[in-house]
Write a protein that binds this ligand. Structure first.
Ligand code: ZN
Length: 243
């Protein structure tokens, strides 16, 4: 059977968005999953999301929130909303779940595809890639033709040709041979590109097509869970504006 990859990340404990994405994956005939990290943080269902992602048995890389939650990271310099939800998440997870998160790799290459949460240019410091210059620093470390990432929560394509790197708005396309691509798949659980719909990407290695998916989900239900958990109101509000 031909393979079809679903690449998803920045789920951020949003079970309502994750379930809709997985239903869509089934409808699209996905055979393999890849996860670009940040399973937890920001939303109110870390355990449920972890159980589902672990159940997929797929490669997962370490996101900064996965790292902060499962390490002794001092939160003094964090913004108060981020720190509050990291503390809260630490209190929800079992020892086994913490150990799982703490042991995620920062970079993973599987079936000729590389995964990283932020950038391969020092992946443990979680720098943001918003422009072609930041992508250029990443490309000097990318060996495979294709690498997927997340972290900014904004879907985007970076293309490296001989001597130049380009930033291209996320759009469905067919990978040309002989170039390298660094593709941001957007965020399942907290999109920030002004579109509140859940985001993920599909990749068909046979046809070389990359497809960006956006899906409506029950934002009000996710907001309700945040409020019931007593997490900062700002985290509920931002879901409906996608920022
Ligand atoms: Zn994130």
């Amino acid at each position: 059977m031909d393979k079809k990859f679903a690449i998803l990340g920045d789920i951020h404990s949003n079970i309502d968005a994750l379930n809709v994405v997985l239903d869509d994956c089934r409808a699209q005939g996905v055979t393999d999953f890849l996860c670009t990290g940040d399973v937890v943080g920001y939303n109110a269902c870390p355990r449920e999301c972890l159980e589902i992602i672990r159940g997929l048995g797929c490669p997962v890389v370490m996101g900064n929130h996965d790292h902060y939650v499962s390490s002794e990271q001092n939160l003094a310099d964090f913004n108060p909303a981020a720190a509050a939800v990291i503390e809260w998440t630490r209190g929800q997870l079992t020892e086994d779940e913490m150990t799982y998160l703490a042991n995620l790799p920062f970079v993973k290459t599987t079936m000729g595809i590389t995964l990283v949460h932020s950038t391969m240019d020092n992946p443990e410091s979680f720098g943001y890639v918003f422009d072609h210059l930041q992508a250029e620093a990443h490309f000097s470390h990318q060996v495979t033709p294709l690498c997927f990432h997340g972290h900014t929560h904004c879907p985007m394509i970076y293309e490296k040709q001989i001597g130049a790197v380009y930033r291209i708005d996320a759009q469905d396309f067919k990978l040309p041979i002989g170039r390298k691509y660094f593709i941001n798949v957007g965020s399942v659980g907290q999109p920030r590109d002004g579109d509140p719909r859940a985001a993920y990407a599909l990749y068909n290695p046979k046809t070389r097509e990359v497809t960006f998916r956006r899906l409506e989900y029950d934002v009000a239900a996710a907001q309700e869970r945040i409020r019931l958990a007593g997490l900062p109101e700002r985290l509920a509000e931002r879901l409906e504006i996608g920022r």
